[in-house]
Design a binder for this molecule. Sequence first.
Ligand SMILES: [Fe+2]
Ligand SMILES: [Fe+2]
Length: 509
Amino acid sequence: MTLSRRGLFAGGAGVGGAVLLGVPGVASAAPELWAQPGSLGAPPVSGLHLQFGADASKQAVVSWHTTTAVARPRVLLGSPDGGFGQVVQAGTTTYRDAKSGTEVRVHHARLDNLRPGTDYVYAAVHDGAAPELGTLRTAPRGRAAFRFTSFGDQGTPTLGKLSNGTYVNDNLGSPFGGDVTAAVEGAAPLFHLVNGDLCYANLSTDRIRTWSDWFSTNSRSARHRPWMPAAGNHENELGNGPIGYGAYQTYFSVPDSGSDAETRGLWYSFTAGSVRVISLNNDDVALQDGGNSYVHGYSGGAQQRWLEAELKSARSNPDIDWIVVCMHQVVISTVDKFNGADLGIRESWVPLFDRYGVDLVVCGHEHHYERSHPIRGQQPNDTRTPIPADTKTDVIDTTRGTVHMVIGGGGTSVPSNALFFSPAKCRVITAVGPTDPNTGKKAPVYVLEDAPWSAFRDRDHAYGFAAFDVDPGHPGGDTTIDVTYYAVTGPYGATTAVDRFRLTRPRRS
Ligand SMILES: [Fe+2]
Ligand SMILES: [Fe+2]
C-alpha cells in the first residue's frame, strides 16, 4: 500500500483514477478552487491558521491570506457557550513573490488578554467573504498537564504543476503529507511544532500556489491549534526578502524576539505551562548550502547572542522546568547519502545547549525518525562528536544531557529511513568547498564518525510524528514528559506507536 501510493503519486500517473480519489487533499488541488471568489466578489478567507504569542496562556494570532486587497479583515471572537462577542481588527502584511510577481497579503489578528486554559471560538472574515470558523484553546498558566506534537519536512499532498498533459507534484510532496495532518489533529495537541521544510515552495514552479496548498492542507488542524514553525533550508526562496525568508516571515506572525525587520520571526520563544519552547533558524550557523542562496552567518551573531540570553533567562526562571528547542538541520543523524549532521550547529549551538541544560531538541532535515541518548560535551575531534551521558533508553534524566530527536517524516516523497548505516555512523559536514557546477551548491566536505550517542532508529516507517505528554508532577518531586513516536501508516491518520520513552527532571518549584 505504501509503495503503490507513493509510486503512483511521484510519477504523476493515475490522476483522476480510483487511487487518487481516496487521497486526502487531492480534491482541493484543482487550481481554480483555492482562488474562487466569495459570494460578493471578495476573495475567500484562505489558509486559516493560528500562532501562540510569547505567553501562550493569554496571547494568540489568527492568520489568513489573500492575493488581492480586502476591506476590514477581522476576527469575531467568543466562547463556545456565548457566541461571537468581540471584534478584533487584523493587520495586513505583504510580500511580493520575486518569481511570479504576485503580491500576497496576510491578515493577522492579534488576540491578547485571553484567559488561560480556556476554549474559544472565532470567525475570520473580511468584507464580502464568508466567515471561516475556528477554535482555540489557550495554554494553562503555571504547571499543568498538556500535550504537544512535532514533525518536519512535510511538502504538500497536492498536484501543482502541469507536465506533459498531467498534473505532478513538484515540491517533494506525497499523499502522506495529508495523512500526517489528520494524525496530528487526531492527537489533539495544545500546539504542534513544525521543524522546518514546510512546503518546499523554493523547489516548485508556482511558489504561491505551493504555500496556499500547504495552508489548505493543514488548516483543518492549524485553525484549531497553533502550528509553531521553525524555518528550514527550503523556506529560503531566491529574491523573497533580503535573506530569502520573506514568504515565511509574512505568512507567520510568531512572538517578537526583538530582532530587526530583516530577521523578524526567524527566531523566537514562547511559554506554555512550565515549558519554554525556543525556535531557531539554523541556516544562520549551518555549513551546508541547502537553500536557494547561501546565507550562512546572515545574522552576524545576533541569533546566537539572543539564544544565549534566552537560555540563561529560561534556566533561571523558577516557573520554567523544560527547555525545548525546535530547529531544522541536525546535530545527529545516522543515515548515509542524505544531508548528514552539521559541524556548524555542533560548534554554535551545542555548547550553549550544554551550558544551560536544554532538555530536548526536535529537528528535521533528515527524512526519517531517530533519537539520541542524552548528550553532554563533545569529543575534541574534527567532528566534535557528542558524548552520551547515559545509555538508558526508556527513562532519561535530562539534567544529564540533551535528547535530540530527528522527526523528518512529515510527508515528503524522498524518505531516508532506508539509508541507515549499520552499525550506526554519522556523516558530518565539516566544511564546504567551491560551488559545484552540476548542483549549483557549495560542495560539502564530509567526515565519517562513530555514533555512540545513537539510541533509537526507525528503519521500518517513512512517515510519522511525535507526541509529548507533559506531566507537571508534584512540588518537591519530578516532572516528566512521556514521548511517543507514531508512524503514520495509512490514510486518514492511521498510526502505529513505534517508540516510547520518558524524559524526567526535578521540578524547579
Ligand atoms: Fe527536508
Ligand atoms: Fe531541510
